[in-house]
Ligand binder design. Structure first.
Ligand code: URA
Ligand code: SF4
Length: 203
């Protein structure tokens, strides 16, 4: 099956709970086949900050919640240091199913394709409309592609507020998993924290 997209799985009555329920049955691309479950967004419905990652990882896939593994711990620590209250945050991913390749007993993360990002975008757009955050923190290239388009370069424009609509902004930064893999982890973390502080300081 190709990427027919998530659109036709969206509920008629849109609320975060109806979306979550409907997304659990999404077959908008092939990723639902091997993953354990849909990992929908989670957090405060009227959050000031929306954080958008790439896709659930191994632990997120098993537990059914976003950013509960190593990248999530990194994110929690940075949010706290940036002065962003976890209670003011809604967390989600550009793609809602875990994409991986089995290697022995392990499941190795694979980057979602452009087609999969496009297929899954209706869920993210619906979440954005409902939560309507003042600040959307775009975590890495996949989320940037979904929200800011294929020509947006995170490396060039990270930490720069990009207007979304009247008074609302995107701020793009690297993905927290990239910090865990970086040769100079302290420098990578410092850069990430600086970007989050930009997001925290927006009016
Ligand atoms: N990485 C992501 O992008 N999202 C998660 O939920 C976990 C790891
Ligand atoms: Fe649907 Fe997104 Fe899962 Fe694909 S990744 S099946 S579009 S929820």
């Amino acid at each position: 099956m190709g990427n027919i997209g998530a659109e036709r799985f969206l509920p008629d009555e849109v609320s975060l709970s109806s979306l979550r329920e409907a997304a659990a049955h999404c077959e908008g691309c092939d990723l639902f086949r091997e993953a354990t479950q849909t990992v929908f967004g989670d957090g405060v419905p009227d959050a000031r900050f929306m954080l958008v990652g790439e896709q659930p990882g191994d632990q997120e896939d098993l537990r059914g919640a976003p950013f509960v593994g190593p990248a999530g711990r990194m994110l929690d620590r940075a949010l706290e240091e940036a002065g962003i209250d976890r209670e003011a945050v809604y967390v989600t991913n550009a793609v809602k199913h875990f994409k991986f390749e089995p290697r022995g007993r392990r499941r190795i993360h694979q980057k979602p394709s452009a087609g999969e990002i496009d297929a899954c975008r209706p869920w993210l757009e619906a979440e954005m409309r409902l939560v309507d955050p003042a600040v959307t923190v775009v975590l890495g290239a996949t989320a940037a592609r979904a929200l800011l388009g294929p020509s947006f370069k995170v490396t060039r424009h990270r930490g720069e507020p990009v207007p979304r609509h009247d008074g609302a902004f995107y701020v793009a930064t690297v993905h927290p998993s990239a910090i865990l893999r970086a040769p100079d982890r302290d420098a990578a973390y410092a850069g990430f924290l600086a970007d989050l502080k930009v997001a925290a300081a927006l009016p």
